[in-house]
Design a binder for this molecule. Structure first.
Ligand code: SF4
Length: 340
């Protein structure tokens, strides 16, 4: 156990200030995520350094398409989640149910030093805190990210965006980029009914704060057929992104595949995704991508000004990068992309 970051004492217990649930945790109890426990009126992280994933991925898998494209990321994850998604493809690990059943936290022991060493050894430009929700292993992520910066390795979160202001503020100095994942274009009813999330507003607040803290942002939107596939809602989310974050934020529209309790649903039809892409582009977003449809033309990056092909991709692979610094080689337009 490791003493948690971001909590305070209250009468008869403690309050966790890490994610927007802000659980009150009585003595001997755990928070909603099941990995933070009140022991003698102090909050501890149960999953510190116990990693269920440590592997190298193309950064495109996060997805981050505009942040060191074509580079490798060391991906790490610990058990736990602050959401309960009916379509989670990693439910046992992300919801720490293994721990609840066996009393043994899943994963192998690592130290931040070891993770940074591995990233260097494997030639990774970044460490990505991903697969499960990084907020839930914040203490380990924070220490690792701080150490990684000293070795010139950058850090990225793949997150549901349910962090408190204090959490964003705490990690901002060491967090270079974030992929913030929406489902069903942020439909509050969908979040309530299928993800046990009472209020989506904190996600929008978190995004605005990330922008303020100059964290590079990409957004994903998982379109779930039948229950979360409104083109108009997708348009609304894209409009919000344009007005609050900017038109050059990369926006990924993801195809759903059946998982967990949503096995009866089919994969999202590609034409639904294409309609969402069109709607998102109509709002003025410059870089709208398709996800989980390998070989689709909408995986590529085009210049928003002259339509020159700048980055050609297939799935998570980058076939060609044609940029001069961060500018289009044809018309000189500045592209919102971070490259070495
Ligand atoms: S991280 Fe979120 S879910 Fe977990 S204890 Fe804290 S407030 Fe509750």
């Amino acid at each position: 156990m490791y003493e948690a970051i971001l909590w305070h004492k209250e009468r008869n217990g403690v309050r966790c200030d890490l994610c927007a649930r802000r659980c009150f945790v009585a003595k001997g109890k755990k928070g909603f995520c099941l990995v933070r426990v009140n022991k003698d009126n102090k909050l501890y992280a149960l999953n510190y350094g116990k990693l269920v994933t440590v592997n190298v991925d193309p950064i495109e898998k996060k997805p981050l398409f505009h942040f060191y494209p074509g580079s490798q990321a060391l991906s790490i994850a610990a058990a736990g989640c602050n959401f309960r998604c009916n379509f989670c493809c990693n439910a046992d690990m992300s919801q720490a149910l293994v721990f609840e059943k066996t009393g043994v936290m899943p994963g192998k022991e690592y130290t931040p030093e070891k993770i940074v060493e591995l990233a260097q050894e494997k030639n990774c430009r970044t460490i990505s805190y991903t697969y499960t929700e990084p907020t839930i292993f914040f203490e380990f992520a924070f220490r690792t990210a701080k150490m990684a910066h000293r070795s010139n390795i950058e850090n990225t979160f793949v997150t549901n965006g349910y962090l408190t202001r204090d959490a964003v503020k705490k990690i901002a100095k060491h967090l270079d980029a974030a992929t913030v994942d929406f489902k069903a274009s942020g439909d509050p009813e969908f979040y309530k009914n299928f993800m046990s999330v009472p209020n989506v507003d904190p996600i929008f607040t978190c995004l605005k704060q990330m922008k303020k803290q100059r964290i590079f942002i990409e957004i994903t939107d998982l379109i779930v057929p039948q229950v979360g596939d409104s083109v108009e809602r997708c348009r609304k989310l894209a409009s919000w992104v344009v007005s609050e974050l900017g038109s050059d934020i990369p926006f990924h529209i993801l195809r759903f595949y059946p998982a967990h309790k949503f096995l009866e649903l089919p994969p999202t039809p590609v034409d639904t995704l294409e309609k969402c892409i069109e709607a998102a582009r109509e709002t003025g977003l410059r870089h709208v991508y398709i996800g989980n449809v390998a070989g689709h033309e909408a995986e590529n990056t085009y210049c928003y000004n002259c339509r020159e092909l700048l980055i050609e991709r297939k799935g998570f692979g980058v076939k060609k990068i044609d940029l001069v610094g961060n500018r289009c080689p044809n018309c000189g337009a500045k592209i919102n992309v971070v490259i070495d």
